[in-house]
Design a protein around this ligand. Structure first.
Ligand code: FE
Length: 333
């Protein structure tokens, strides 16, 4: 019996070519990634090692150069994906599977990065002080009728720069500057805190309207202390006049230094599969983007929207100008 088991094991070992591990640098939290790496390993036998980095992912890859152990990076926001690409730490990857799973607006045309999920940047509005239909466009947020009623985080944060960049592509520099100045003029307080801190301010009666990413609703609802903040607001999905709602992505890229390209490619393809997108989207209350995939019941209950038609690469290209205009109007001042 023992002998037979040994022989069998040896035969199996000999028949299976050695599979390398995939090494990942992730800006995304370990608990978000764990269900995905587990499912991938169960399916392929390839192990995934994840190093979670709070910040400095691109700097680290640059410093490590060819010696970097990372094959794959996982991060959020087109700004960070574009930053990685611009820094030369990614390499192009295009496969039929990737192209079938990820709509063209959500990947680099040359394959330097691939979107996995989206989040919309929308309005959180006081249930008490506003009603459905009050805020329908981003443009309207600069209307003086909202004076003293809006709270936002710093205008230089990547989430705000993403929105301002989209505004810039739609309207040009001059109108964007006017919009930023108008929005600043409507603020109830100097920009401070994160997206959730603005909802807390609405709950506390400091303001009536804020801007935030959709998934923070899910995070607040799951937190006993923050649930009351979430319950005090309604999610409104504004659009750019004549277009859609501003979205950003979480994404994945193959590193330039990747040693285990075949295994990493399998992992990246797996991440973009409808199955993995739905697991990933549900874990962080985001939207899967593969054709035919569905958001979780909770996320779907917030309402549906039409995403803006701009390609994210265009938005990324407007970041520097958006930052310059934000500083010119002294948005945080
Ligand atoms: Fe966030």
């Amino acid at each position: 019996m023992t002998l037979r088991t040994t022989i069998l094991a040896t035969t199996l070992l000999a028949a299976t070519p050695a599979l390398a591990d995939v090494n990942v640098y992730s800006h995304r939290q370990p608990e978000l990634i764990a269900p995905l790496t587990k499912a991938f390993t169960a399916k392929t036998g390839i192990r995934v090692n994840v190093a979670f980095l709070e910040s400095g992912l691109v700097e680290r890859l640059k410093a490590e150069g060819d010696r970097s152990p990372a094959d794959v990076i996982l991060t959020v926001d087109i700004a960070r994906l574009a930053e990685a690409m611009d820094a030369g730490v990614t390499q192009p990857l295009i496969t039929d599977t990737l192209e079938a799973n990820v709509p063209a607006a959500y990947h680099d045309p040359e394959g330097h990065w691939w979107g996995v999920t989206t989040r919309a940047r929308i309005v959180y509005a006081s249930r008490e002080a506003t009603k459905v239909g009050d805020i329908t466009t981003y443009e309207d947020l600069a209307n003086p009728k909202w004076k003293g009623r809006i709270c936002t985080r710093s205008g230089t944060h990547s989430y705000m720069i993403g929105l301002t960049s989209a505004y810039l592509v739609h309207h040009g520099s001059e109108e964007t500057k006017t919009w930023l100045a108008g929005l600043k003029n409507n603020l109830a307080r100097r920009p401070q805190g994160d997206d959730r801190a603005q909802v807390k301010a609405i709950w506390a009666g400091e303001c009536d309207i804020s801007l935030g990413n959709t998934y923070y609703m899910g995070k607040m609802l799951a937190d006993p202390e923050q649930k009351v903040w979430a319950d005090s607001v309604r999610l409104d999905f504004p659009v750019f006049e004549g277009h859609g709602t501003h979205v950003n992505i979480s994404g994945v890229a193959l590193t330039k230094a990747a040693k285990n390209v075949a295994e990493a490619t399998q992992f990246i393809e797996f991440l973009t599969s409808p199955e993995a997108q739905e697991i990933y989207a549900e874990a962080n209350s985001e939207y899967p983007i593969a054709p035919g995939s569905q958001p979780s019941e909770l996320v779907a209950s917030w309402g549906s929207f039409v995403a803006d038609d701009l390609n994210l690469i265009t938005i990324a290209g407007a970041r520097a100008e958006a930052l310059r205009l934000t500083q010119e109007v002294d948005y945080d001042g």
